[in-house]
Design a protein around this ligand. Sequence first.
Ligand code: KG4
Ligand code: ZN
Length: 336
Amino acid sequence: MERLYLGIETSCDDTSCAIYSDERGVVVHRTAAQLEHLRYGGVVPEIASRSHMRTLMPLYETVMAEARVALASLAGIGVTNGPGLTGSLLVGLSFAKALSYAGGVPLVGIHHIEGHILANALEGPLDLPALALVVSGGHTQLMHVEAIGRYRIVGATRDDAAGEAFDKIGKLLGLPFPGGPAIERAAREGSRDAFDFPRSLRGTGTYDFSFSGLKTAVRLRVESLGALTPSLASGVAASAQEAIVDMLVEKSVLALSEARVRHFYLAGGVAANGRLRERMSEALEARHVPVSWPRPEYCTDNAAMIACAARHHISAGRTDGLSLNTFPRGALSSWA
Ligand code: KG4
Ligand code: ZN
């Protein structure tokens, strides 16, 4: 019999609910972006949690009505319980607990990074073992995925996340938030070698990343340029994007030389970047490793990936009780 899972994601600024079927895949997925943050050029935690409080209940009612499913007939509820903003996570977790209690439905807390990795499973069965590069506003991690539930961190950022670098550089260039898509658009008009920006940790044996040196180099360069014309801004955007992509590709290729994998998966908001996809495909094709990524709505934060993860946990018998708590940070560990 078909089993349906509800996913809830409120770890940062997007409020998202989805229903996932073990037979049909994603049945309904709705994400509401919080536009208030545009005015501040970044996510304001207090505004984010208040907005989740307003949006979550109607969003839940919409997905349940569209999927024509009653609470008590769900096979499980998955909710992101970390890492993320505590106030935001608590809104989703408290709501999920209330639903679990009222409907007698199993509950499971999902690590946000596992959600991003499993966004790739929404597109078809995963080809494992694989390497996954999770690149978002809050995370930059290279993970070895032996099986669903068996993860090992290969490398991670030592300072800013790749998305955070895009966002901060976007701000320096006066581009709208979030910086990633805005830089990608501006970069189309500029030359990738207009400016020579640093590639930190290049040529060292580490699989780790570092983006704060790039951010500082861009800030100093922008300050030295004085008036920033649109053509100078697109040159900075194209050159900075290339530096970020170079660092991501170099460490991914290096990690492949040590790990035997069948596939390479991109995940997280920065996986929506066309230049990253293009460069990663070129580099890995030469090594005969196929590369794929989720469709754009499953790259950025979404509840479909959380519902899919819940299906795997719950069908393996892994559930949580009502004492489940949130955690602001912490690495993804294996559970299978
Ligand atoms: O996964 P996500 O929605 O949220 C987090 O978990 O952080 O990722 C958001 C990040 C932002 O930093 C945004 O600038 C970046 O993803 N992003 C992009 C693109 N689209 C979103 N970065 C580069 N190019 C893009 N096209
Ligand atoms: Zn995310």
